[in-house]
Design a binder for this molecule. Structure first.
Ligand SMILES: NC(=O)c1ccc[n+]([C@@H]2O[C@H](COP(=O)([O-])OP(=O)(O)OC[C@H]3O[C@@H](n4cnc5c(N)ncnc54)[C@H](O)[C@@H]3O)[C@@H](O)[C@H]2O)c1
Length: 295
């Protein structure tokens, strides 16, 4: 079996954002290995042998428009991977980088995406519980212009206060809401997202700093470890643990997969879900039997 043929990227045009670092850099390396013509975009310089690299700040509509005008007329796969951590005062910036620019780019490029093409986002376990804000997210998703969306954000300071979380929840709502929308389904364009758990990347230091109320990196690291790793005595992922599955999901291998939010977290969020679904009585029984097993 020819593995390159199985993936289906050989000679295809692929657009990917965030390729200067982390998960997207890993994904870009694999896409190149698989023979794709990669058009990569990042605010920082990209040091990979891609077909064309663009340096652009994707929080700015004018810069997105400039890049879009230079992208090819036919695109087979689009990956939206750029992202930042939240710091106080950056609520709107986080919405623009982590969600709105990604929706905007998708919709501006949708006409160029080929039949049976794919759009794949990197969301996060941080968006867990997206169902609770779905109504509001759909309201935002349905606004027609960038400026309308910026006005909407200004009127919803309560929602964007949970900055990183709300942006990722919007991304997950978008996949759920749009997967069968005519503009996607008529051309059989698939749309999915991966939801990574704790991963060591270019964002790690910022996540650590922003998680600690004092901005203390060591304290933030411990807090993150307590949330994501302690319950399973676990370890953080490597960029390729996310970048490689991302490439698989956007490929022909997953040709019948759409509308999916794929948690890549070694099962952590499934245990959160299990905890939420079990009755208090059942939890007590499990606790007693787990204590009995320890003795
Ligand atoms: N690292 C984690 O633990 C983790 C967990 C869950 C989700 N994520 C998500 O994974 C995605 C990839 O991040 P990563 O962890 O690989 O971090 P990273 O910092 O290594 O990669 C993110 C890339 O996005 C680029 N970027 C940031 N702002 C930009 C802008 N305005 N315009 C253009 N490019 C911009 C950065 O320059 C960087 O190259 C992000 O969406 C992040 O939210 C990360």
């Amino acid at each position: 079996m020819d593995l390159k043929k199985l993936f289906g990227y050989e000679g295809k045009n692929v657009v990917i954002t965030g390729s200067a670092s982390g998960m997207s850099k890993s994904a870009t390396e694999l896409l190149l290995e698989l023979g794709a013509n990669v058009y990569a975009i990042d605010i920082n310089p990209i040091d990979l042998p891609v077909k064309k690299a663009f340096q652009a700040d994707l929080s700015k509509k004018e810069e997105i428009d400039r890049v879009i005008s230079e992208l090819p007329d036919k695109i087979d796969a689009l990956f939206l991977c750029h992202g930042i951590a939240y710091f106080p005062g950056k609520e709107l910036l986080v919405q623009k980088v982590n969600f709105y620019s990604q929706k905007y780019m998708t919709e501006m490029l949708l006409d160029r995406i080929s039949e049976h093409g794919s759009v794949t986002f990197i969301s996060s376990v941080g968006g867990f519980g997206w169902q609770q804000v779905y109504d509001k997210a759909v309201e935002l998703i349905n606004l027609k212009t960038w400026d309308d969306a910026m006005d909407w954000y200004q009127k919803h300071p309560d929602l964007i206060q949970s900055a990183y979380v709300f942006a990722k929840q919007c991304l997950e709502s978008y996949v759920t809401y749009k997967c069968m929308a005519p503009e996607f389904i008529n051309k059989r364009v698939r749309v999915n997202a991966i939801n990574p758990g704790d991963t060591i990347t270019g964002l790690t230091e910022d996540f650590n700093k922003s998680t600690s109320p004092k901005g203390d990196i060591a304290e933030g690291e411990e807090m993150i470890s307590n949330i994501f790793l302690k319950s399973w005595n676990g370890y953080a992922a490597k960029p390729e643990d996310m970048g490689y599955p991302l490439v698989v999901i956007g490929s022909d291998i997953c040709s019948y997969m759409s509308g999916q939010l794929i948690y890549i977290d070694f099962g952590l969020t499934s245990t959160w879900l299990s905890g939420a679904l079990l009755s208090q009585d059942q939890k007590s029984i499990e606790e007693i039997s787990s204590n009995a097993n320890k003795n």
